[in-house]
Write a protein that binds this ligand. Structure first.
Ligand code: 16G
Length: 240
């Protein structure tokens, strides 16, 4: 129960109790939560207080609201280790999830000054641009845009891109993907991103920029992706 004399705000105590019920498995993914009115009666607090607790849990990705239906417990977030350089396909398979993609764009474009600089190419050199929505078990996880020097991936076609880009690069082209520099930043989904990721506009997303290098130092790709922050979290082990 809650303690009305505690210095901890009441909404926070309710939030922590629901969170605990989710973490301990009393409430399971897909379960429907009580309504605001029921919680308000149960805790003997105002609906405003309950709403604040619920909204905080929605923002933290523990629960989600379905219009005209109710509030449900979210599936567990996908935990992604940052220690290894893996592909989306590998990330999903490792967890027993089925990866799939929807191709939004596959084009040859001339490198702008900015892209040329990043990819170590001359301006206007042909660059392959790929834009895909990436799914795990049919649920949209990320929007991904890759830019690759076109001459490195000459045989690339839609069929390959619908499978794994890294697998093609390593197994068909026999190139060795060696390392990458990655930056992760918090943001919120624009209307377009929200529609593609099947989330509400303004929901939290993680923007990831990756620059990947081949073993000989050639830049292989520049990637910008937007991951659903309610479905994904990143983890790293550290040594001291
Ligand atoms: C990951 C990589 C991306 C790479 C893709 C290849 C991040 C942020 N990005 O999504 O750089 O191009 O995997 O995936 O991790 P694929 O082999 O499944 O096509």
């Amino acid at each position: 129960m809650i303690n009305k004399n505690s210095p901890l705000p009441i909404y926070y105590q309710i939030e922590e109790q629901i969170k605990q019920q989710i973490e301990s498995g009393v409430l399971k993914p897909g379960d429907m939560l009580k309504s605001e009115r029921e919680y308000a009666e149960y805790y003997d607090v105002s609906r405003m207080t309950v709403r604040q607790a619920i909204n905080n849990l929605v923002n933290q990705g523990y629960i989600y609201k379905k219009k005209g239906s109710g509030t449900y417990v979210q599936e567990k977030k996908i935990e992604q280790a940052l220690n290894g350089l893996t592909s989306f396909t590998e990330d999903m398979r490792k967890r027993g999830m089925e990866p799939s993609s929807r191709l939004l764009k596959f084009e040859l474009i001339p490198a702008t000054a900015k892209i040329a600089k990043e990819l170590n190419l001359k301006e206007n050199t042909p660059v392959t641009e790929i834009k895909r929505i990436r799914y795990g078990d049919g649920v949209p996880i990320a929007i991904e845009r890759n830019l690759l020097p076109a001459n490195l991936v000459k045989g690339l076609n839609e069929e390959i891109i619908n499978q794994s880009l890294y697998q093609y690069i390593e197994e068909e082209l026999n190139l060795r993907i060696a390392d990458a520099l990655q930056v992760i930043e918090a943001s919120t989904a624009s209307k377009t991103e929200a529609d593609l990721l099947e989330i509400q506009k303004g929901s939290p997303i993680l923007l990831i920029e990756r620059k990947t290098f081949l073993a000989d130092g050639t830049v292989l790709e520049l990637v910008k992706s937007a991951y659903r922050a309610d479905r994904y979290k990143f983890m790293i082990t550290m040594q001291r």
